[in-house]
Design a protein around this ligand. Sequence first.
Ligand SMILES: NC(=O)c1ccc[n+]([C@@H]2O[C@H](COP(=O)([O-])OP(=O)(O)OC[C@H]3O[C@@H](n4cnc5c(N)ncnc54)[C@H](OP(=O)(O)O)[C@@H]3O)[C@@H](O)[C@H]2O)c1
Length: 246
Amino acid sequence: MFDITNSVIAITGASSGIGAATARLLATRGARVVLGARRTERLQSLVDEIRARGGNANAVALDVTQRDDVEAFIAHAAGLHGRIDVLVNNAGVMPLSRLEALRVDEWERTLDVNVKGVLYGIAACLPRMKAQGRGHIVNVASIGAHRSYPGAAVYCASKFAVWAISEALRLEHLGGELRVTTVSPGTTESELSDHITDAAAAAAMKQFRAVTIDAAAIARAIVYALEQPSDVSVSEVIVRPTRSPD
Ligand SMILES: NC(=O)c1ccc[n+]([C@@H]2O[C@H](COP(=O)([O-])OP(=O)(O)OC[C@H]3O[C@@H](n4cnc5c(N)ncnc54)[C@H](OP(=O)(O)O)[C@@H]3O)[C@@H](O)[C@H]2O)c1
C-alpha cells in the first residue's frame, strides 16, 4: 500500500468544501499538506487548525488561472519537503446559466479555472514526478463529466475536458511512474453554488442540490485511490448521494 504518512500532497482550492475536507483527512493520516487558494485567510485558519491537532500543513496564495502561480505553488511544496508525491487538482468554479444568457465572461472564467488550472497543475508536477520516478495526480471532475445538463453547458464541457485530460495522461504513463485518478463527485455540500450570478440557474440549483453528501465523502474516495499498492490504478471514482440520481 502507498503510505500516506509523511507524503507530500499539494491541494488546489483548499480554502473550502472538498479541498478543505481533503486537507483535513490527509493531515489526520499524517500527510504533509500544502494548501493553495486565493482566500489566504481561510487557508491560514485551516493550517492553524491542522497544526493545532499535530498535523503538518502550509498555505500558499494561489490563483490557478496564472501558470506562474501554479508553478510557484508546486515549487514551494517541493522546496519545503524535498519532493511532491501527490497533486489534488481540485480548484473549480460553477457559475451556471443557460447559453442564451451569454455570460461569456463566466464561460471564460470556468474554462480558465477548471481546465487551464488543471493543465497548469499537471505542467508543474509532471517533470518533478518523472524525475522522482513516482507521483500521483488526482483531478476532481464531476458527474458533469459524464452527462450534460441544461444551464450547465460550459461547466460540463470543462469537466468533460478534465476527464479527457486525465484519461490521456494515464495512458501516456503506463510505465508506472505516474498514477492518475479522476474523482467525480455528485452533489456535495460546499460553497460551489453560492457564486452563481444567474437568478434562474441559482433557483434551479437549489432544487438540484436538495440532497447532498458531506465533502468528507469525496476526501475518503481520494484517500482510497492514493493508498492502493503501486501496481493498482484507481483511474476513476464516482461518488454521489444514495438518495439522488446525481
Ligand atoms: N460540490 C459539488 O457538488 C461538486 C460536484 C462535482 C464536482 N465538484 C468539484 O469539486 C471541486 C471543489 O469544489 P467544491 O464543491 O469544494 O466548491 P467550493 O467550496 O466552492 O470550493 C472551490 C475551491 O476552488 C477554489 N478556487 C476557485 N477559483 C480559484 C482560482 N482561480 N485559483 C485557486 N483556487 C480557486 C476556491 O478557493 P478561493 O475562492 O479561495 O480561491 C475554493 O477553495 C471543484 O472542481 C468542483 O467543480 C463539486
